[in-house]
Design a protein around this ligand. Structure first.
Ligand code: PRP
Ligand code: URA
Length: 212
């Protein structure tokens, strides 16, 4: 049996090109920020590809028509702080009415366990498709904890969107949350002994916010 993880790789040429620029260690903070915002528009476009539509009666300047519009309640985006905010900004550009939640998590440097320090999400999560965003899926400890927290808070229909994932993390996430669709811009080679994705792009939060 294949041990390939169940993950959708958004391999659009523009995503791949911009991701290469992001990965380059010489890409400066301002450029990194702009690129991740641009990529998030493309990722958002793909991760929302199967949203249901309904129709609304409108009149064009030429004729009346039943025109397609998104069905159901507004989506909720949940950013895993800090680095999730790098993806969140562009996604809100594309879907400005989306509701937004935040989960603050950091990785303990020794154990690599996720430690929660903040949680604020809309109350009616159960009625909305919730897309959780974090650029890096490494061990997946953070992603697994974030999704579990949201399930405990009532979320029922979720997707998890990353920019770069490790096979180890994707498999761990699949095992913990088989009901949550996993999406990424790239599935990389492996994790190193420090739990960093190889080749990856380094510490996403530090590169977005210029903290190192
Ligand atoms: C990074 C990243 C993920 C996590 C991934 O966050 O943004 O949240 O690590 O690693 P994992 O899959 O092994 O859990 P970090 O803990 O560095 O915090 P930050 O976003 O505040 O920099
Ligand atoms: N967090 C990051 O920002 N990068 C990695 O490679 C792993 C965890």
């Amino acid at each position: 049996m294949s041990d390939a993880p169940d993950i959708t790789v958004i391999d659009h040429p523009l995503v791949q090109h911009k991701l290469t620029l992001l990965r380059d260690k010489d890409t400066p903070v301002a450029h990194f920020r702009r690129l991740i915002r641009e990529i998030s528009l493309l990722l958002c476009y793909e991760v929302t590809r199967d949203l249901p539509l309904t129709t609304r009666a409108i009149e064009t300047p030429v004729a009346p028509m039943e025109a397609p519009v998104l069905a159901g309640k507004k989506l909720c985006f949940v950013s895993v702080l800090r680095a999730g905010n790098g993806l969140l900004d562009g996604m809100i550009d594309l879907m400005p009415s989306a509701r937004v939640g935040h989960i603050g998590l950091y990785r303990d440097a020794e154990t690599l366990d996720a430690v929660e320090y903040y949680y604020k999400v809309p109350q009616d999560l159960g009625d909305r498709l919730t897309i959780v965003v974090d650029p890096m899926l490494a061990t997946a400890n953070s992603a697994i904890a974030a999704v579990q927290r949201l399930k405990d808070g009532g979320a029922r229909h979720m997707k998890f969107l990353s920019l770069v994932a490790s096979p180890e993390g994707a498999r761990a996430f699949n095992a913990a949350h088989p009901d949550v669709g996993l999406y990424t811009g790239a599935l990389d080679s492996h994790l190193n002994e420090h739990g960093y994705i190889v080749p990856g792009l380094g510490d996403a939060g530090d590169r977005i916010f210029g903290t190192k």
